[in-house]
Design a protein around this ligand. Structure first.
Ligand SMILES: NC(=O)c1ccc[n+]([C@@H]2O[C@H](COP(=O)([O-])OP(=O)(O)OC[C@H]3O[C@@H](n4cnc5c(N)ncnc54)[C@H](O)[C@@H]3O)[C@@H](O)[C@H]2O)c1
Length: 254
């Protein structure tokens, strides 16, 4: 008898963006352990090789620069030929942008928005194509941030890019329900990844302490977010759509 596991992703195929590092890497490894076959996408080819090695056989890599939005659909179309149609995607690729208001540049704002936010729309447009979507039990997970919910100084562009994902999640969940596609979003607090290291490097030691204190349960591990994403992809979440799930060690509970 097959062991009872409503969280199993056996026979499912997903695209993961941002798979080369941090939360994307941890998510890919956990989804693979749960039985999923993955298209691991990122701009960082070296990182992708590492993730592929840890995910094991049956998965493939896709070098994809999400700033080249016109290439998302053709590249995905080409990739699923051979790999097979997919059941959904997780959009984890993202970049921070810490800058006080006076220093915010329009060009950089647009770049952050294109990767963090607009790419989700292009990915969804490509995914619903009948040659790409497996046609049933579809699930999309977008990844925002506590800064899509609460404010913080010197963070307008990143906050904009993440708050906008919440609007996309809710609207797409309504539009795509008819296609049996659920759309949800996770909003992480601070997680120990390269992104956090970059922020820490920009400030003094007080910054790390201040950030730590904002989390009653302490900082997160990439796996803490990955498990929530795995749940949202699985049939255990078959009645969950349009949700924003805070995974933040209590940051936004205060
Ligand atoms: N680490 C945190 O504290 C934290 C908190 C809240 C939300 N998040 C979000 O989680 C997601 C993952 O963050 P992380 O901490 O793992 O960061 P990370 O920097 O480790 O990973 C981000 C990945 O995105 C990829 N990427 C960047 N630009 C790209 C592009 N143009 N095309 C394709 N791939 C591109 C990078 O190569 C990298 O592998 C991001 O969306 C981030 O905003 C992170």
């Amino acid at each position: 008898m097959t062991p009872y596991n409503p969280f199993s992703l056996d026979q499912r195929k997903y695209l993961v963006t941002g798979a080369a590092s941090g939360i994307g890497k941890a998510t890919s490894i956990i989804l693979a352990k749960l039985g999923a076959a993955l298209i691991l996408a990122d701009i960082n080819e070296e990182g992708l090789k590492d993730t592929l090695r840890e995910c094991g056989p049956g998965n493939i890599v896709l070098k994809l620069d999400l700033l080249e939005s016109q290439l998302i659909k053709p590249k995905l179309m080409e990739t699923v030929t051979g790999f097979g149609q997919i059941h959904g995607f997780v959009h984890l690729a993202g970049r921070p942008y810490i800058a006080p208001l006076k220093a915010v540049s329009e060009t950089k704002c647009k770049e952050i928005f294109d990767i963090n936010t607009y790419a989700a729309i292009e990915l969804a447009k490509a995914f619903i194509n009948k040659n790409i979507y497996a046609g049933e039990r579809g699930s999309v997970v977008l990844v925002s941030s506590v800064y899509g919910i609460v404010g913080s100084a010197a963070n307008v562009a990143y906050a904009m890019s993440k708050a906008a994902l919440h609007g996309i999640t809710k609207s797409l969940s309504i539009e795509l329900a008819v296609k049996d596609i659920r759309v949800n979003c996770v909003a992480p607090g601070f997680v120990k990844t390269n992104m956090l290291d970059t922020a820490n490097d920009m400030f003094d030691d007080n910054y790390a302490q201040t950030i730590n204190k904002l989390h009653p349960l302490g900082l997160g591990e990439p796996e803490d977010v990955a498990f929530a994403i795995a749940y949202l992809l699985s049939d255990a979440a078959k009645w969950v759509t349009g949700s924003i799930l805070n995974i933040d060690g209590g940051f936004t509970a205060q």
